[in-house]
Write a protein that binds this ligand. Structure first.
Ligand SMILES: [Zn+2]
Length: 574
């Protein structure tokens, strides 16, 4: 059997138990694909199927049996496969793309606040944002919090890109405390929020706030702005009202509905919160998984003593015990805390003793045969990490372990060459989609190459797109695709000069990202044998004007052959 030969070949390459589990999956799919196409219980015809296969084939129709695609072809070919009682969907010329995958989205923790947050993802009008604030304040009632935890920046308001002022927020919501967090950059509070936090004129700052982060005018009066880095914004987020435990499932449902509506069907998730993951596990048991979750986790360390403990845990860590709905796939996204570049830092200075700790961790991760997905942002940090990885690689080769540098907005072509030589991969999360203007303030001209998408594409390295949402960035994949194609941040300002074609952008958000969640045999393209995750779009991704790619929305989102979002039966709230 061909599958057996393949198996022994792979066994020499893939060294770990985790990888052996993975081979099992490969063989199972090979068997399905080798069978004659089954009768289809669902056929989609009369469309423009953008398959995103290796040849970027465009087809007319798709046949699906249970959770998998059985055939892709012409209306006639696919029509013949339909079982007598098959469900038939006439696409009426609409385009269909594979379900979009975000390879790095802090999705699960957002379940703890999503229902209460007033999100500004995709909101490009300040006037609209104000209307939303007023409506939320009214719905929350007097005293109720109106807040969000990142995912936007005021420069995305095309009509009036100004920050919010204390006086303005008091006027918009006189009876409600308001806290609006811009990415991880700053937070705008109104008077009720300042009072609630005990931030007052002539009084010392509350002790949990970072020194100097509470902005005050010359007379000592707080301006309503909390500013610094991630650490400065944290005390605000920590003080937001806690969701009652019995509402966690409803909040997670709202979160998932928004993701499905935006076109996401799979997510690589750094730090899978156990409480929210339990809900996804329950949904899976009930046969109604709306979104596939691939966790990036593990015991990061922040001190040499913690590294001692972490190396023990790394040796015990087991990945790939799950399936194509929920699995653990990477160690990450942090390795050694002191070398974790803070967002908006413009330079880094990794110290030899810190790098020695980083290398101890990396050595153990390589020795355990674990894939690694690690936060790396600035050129200096990336160089230092690559030095360590080259040393690790001499003792424990990392090829085939899919070691991935994540974010890498400031990566350079020579670094991409070093990564390719090591057999490494690039998970790209353009923070500039909402933070482009802030990055131009910090990095000047250099921000135009952050990230260097054209260089990434030209290098030939395997790279995939994600957001790093929900706080650092917005979450809508078509906004990310639009950015990659036009170089324009949310709101329309051109912030990067290195763009890619819309085909390459789509490949990076689908087929290549399937590789970044270890599901390339199951996901990422519309091909026989793969799982039926796809989107029917309201307009054609390939021909719609580039500036309108951000506005594309699915009319239908399917995960494993199940419709998880249908615009015709869902209220459109955005
Ligand atoms: Zn990160």
């Amino acid at each position: 059997m061909g599958g057996m030969v393949k198996n022994s070949e792979h066994a020499e390459v893939f060294m770990t138990r985790a990888m052996l589990v993975f081979i099992g999956v490969t063989i199972a799919i090979g068997t399905v694909a080798a069978q004659q196409p089954r009768q289809a219980d669902l056929v989609l015809t009369n469309g423009k199927i953008i398959t995103v296969d290796d040849r970027f084939t465009i087809a007319q129709a798709v046949a699906i049996s249970r959770d998998r695609i059985v055939a892709v072809g012409t209306n006639d070919e696919i029509g013949r496969l339909a079982a007598p009682n098959a469900r038939r969907i006439d696409l009426r010329g609409r385009s269909v793309v594979p379900g979009l995958i975000d390879n790095h989205l802090h999705l699960l923790r957002a379940g703890n606040t999503w229902m209460q947050e007033l999100r500004f993802d995709g909101v490009e009008s300040r006037k609209k944002a104000i209307d939303m604030l007023k409506a939320r304040a009214k719905a929350a009632g007097p005293g109720g919090w109106v807040f969000n935890i990142g995912g936007w920046a005021h420069q995305q308001f095309a009509d009036d890109p100004r920050p919010f002022t204390l006086e303005e927020l008091d006027q918009i919501a006189p009876d409600n405390p308001v806290a609006l967090q811009e990415s991880y950059y700053q937070v705008f509070l109104n008077s009720k929020a300042l009072t609630a936090f005990g931030i007052e004129p002539g009084k010392p700052d509350p002790s949990d706030f970072i020194k100097g982060s509470i902005q005050r005018d010359a007379s000592g009066k707080p301006t309503g702005v909390i500013k610094g880095d991630i650490a400065a914004t944290r005390p605000v987020a920590a003080r937001m009202p806690k969701l009652p435990a019995d509402q966690l499932e409803a909040s997670t449902t709202a979160l998932v509905r928004d993701m499905n509506r935006a076109g996401l069907t799979s997510v690589g998730v750094p730090g899978c919160n156990a409480d929210v993951l339990t809900i996804f596990q329950k949904w899976k048991t009930e046969g109604r998984s709306p979104l596939r979750i691939f966790c990036i986790g593990g015991a990061a360390a922040a001190t040499p003593e913690a590294v001692d403990r972490s190396v023990q845990q790394i040796a015990q860590m087991k990945l790939f015990q799950g399936d194509s709905y929920i699995d653990d796939v990477f160690f990450g996204e942090s390795v050694y805390g002191p070398l974790h570049d803070p967002m908006f830092a413009v330079k880094s200075d990794p110290k030899p003793e810190q790098l020695a700790q980083w290398r101890r961790m990396a050595m153990e991760i390589a020795k355990a045969g674990l894939p690694l997905h690690v936060h790396a942002e600035l050129t200096t940090t990336i160089d230092a990490f690559l030095d360590q990885i080259e040393a690790v690689n001499k003792e424990h080769p990392i090829k085939n372990l899919r070691w991935t540098l994540a974010h890498i907005n400031q990566i350079t072509p020579p670094q991409l060459e070093r990564m390719k030589a090591l057999g490494m991969y690039a998970a790209v999360h353009p923070w500039a989609v909402i933070n482009g203007a802030i990055m131009h303030e910090g990095f000047g001209e250099g921000a135009f190459d952050m990230p260097p998408l054209a260089a990434l594409q030209a290098s030939g390295i395997m790279w995939g797109l994600g957001t790093d949402g929900t706080a650092a960035n917005q979450t809508l994949p078509f906004v990310t695709l639009s950015f990659a194609v036009t170089g324009k941040m949310a709101g329309g300002t051109k912030v990067i000069r290195q763009t890619v074609s819309r085909e390459d952008a789509l490949i990076a958000h689908t087929r290549r990202n399937a590789f970044f969640v270890f599901q390339e045999n199951n996901l990422g393209s519309i091909q026989p044998g793969k799982l039926a995750d796809l989107l029917v779009l309201d307009r054609d991704y390939l021909t719609t004007p580039a500036d309108q790619i951000k506005d594309i929305r699915p009319v239908m989102t399917m995960v494993g052959g199940r419709v998880v979002y249908d615009a015709s039966s869902s209220p459109s709230t955005k």
